[in-house]
Ligand binder design. Structure first.
Ligand code: HEC
Length: 136
C-alpha cells in the first residue's frame, strides 16, 4: 500500500513538472525579443546602455555624441572621423561605418571597445538602417 502511494506521488510530481515545463517553454517563446527596427529601440537598447558612457557631452569620444536627441543627427548621413564612409547610410548597413565598428570585421576596434554587443543588438541596428534609418 505504501508503495502504491509512493508510486502515485511520483507520477503526480512527474506530470506536474512536465505540464509546468511546457508552460515555461511557452513563455520562453517571448525570447529572443523581436525588434521592429525603430530608432527608439536602437536608442533605448543600444546607445543608452552601451555607448553614452563614452559618447556624450563635451568629452564625447571620437567626437560622436550618441545621447538622446543628439544621436540621430550625428549619425544619419554624417561623415565619420575615421573613415570616408558615412556613419549611417540609410538603407545601406553594409556602407555604414557604424556597422563596421559594431561588427568589427575589418580589424577595427569594436564598439564598445570592451567587446562586441550581443548579436541580436547588432542585428537591431542593422535592421534600423536597412529600414531606411528613420527617426521613428
Ligand atoms: C569605453 C568608451 C567607449 C564606449 C563604451 C563606446 N565607445 Fe565608441 N569610441 C570610443 C573612442 C575612444 C573612439 C575614438 C577612437 C576610435 O575610433 O576607436 C570611439 C569611436 C567610435 C566611432 C567612430 C566615430 C567616427 O566618426 O569615426 C563610432 C561609430 C563609435 N565609437 C560607436 C560606438 C557605439 C555605437 C558604442 C556603443 C555600442 C560605442 N561607440 C561605445 C570609445 C567608446
Amino acid at each position: 500500500m505504501k508503495k502504491l502511494v509512493q508510486l502515485f506521488l511520483t507520477t503526480s510530481i512527474f506530470f506536474f513538472l512536465f505540464s509546468c515545463q511546457s508552460q515555461i517553454t511557452d513563455s520562453c517563446q517571448l525570447e529572443p525579443l523581436s525588434f521592429n527596427g525603430t530608432f527608439t529601440e536602437v536608442q533605448n537598447n543600444v546607445f543608452q546602455p552601451y555607448c553614452v558612457g563614452c559618447h556624450s557631452g563635451a568629452q564625447a569620444q571620437g567626437g560622436l555624441d550618441l545621447s538622446a536627441n543628439a544621436a540621430f543627427v550625428n549619425l544619419v548621413n554624417a561623415s565619420a572621423a575615421n573613415s570616408s564612409l558615412s556613419l549611417v547610410k540609410p538603407g545601406q548597413p553594409g556602407s555604414s561605418y557604424l556597422m563596421k565598428r559594431l561588427r568589427a570585421t575589418d580589424g577595427e576596434t569594436p564598439m564598445p571597445p570592451s567587446g562586441k554587443l550581443e548579436q541580436r543588438l547588432i542585428d537591431l541596428v542593422d535592421l534600423w538602417i536597412a529600414n531606411g534609418a528613420n527617426n521613428d
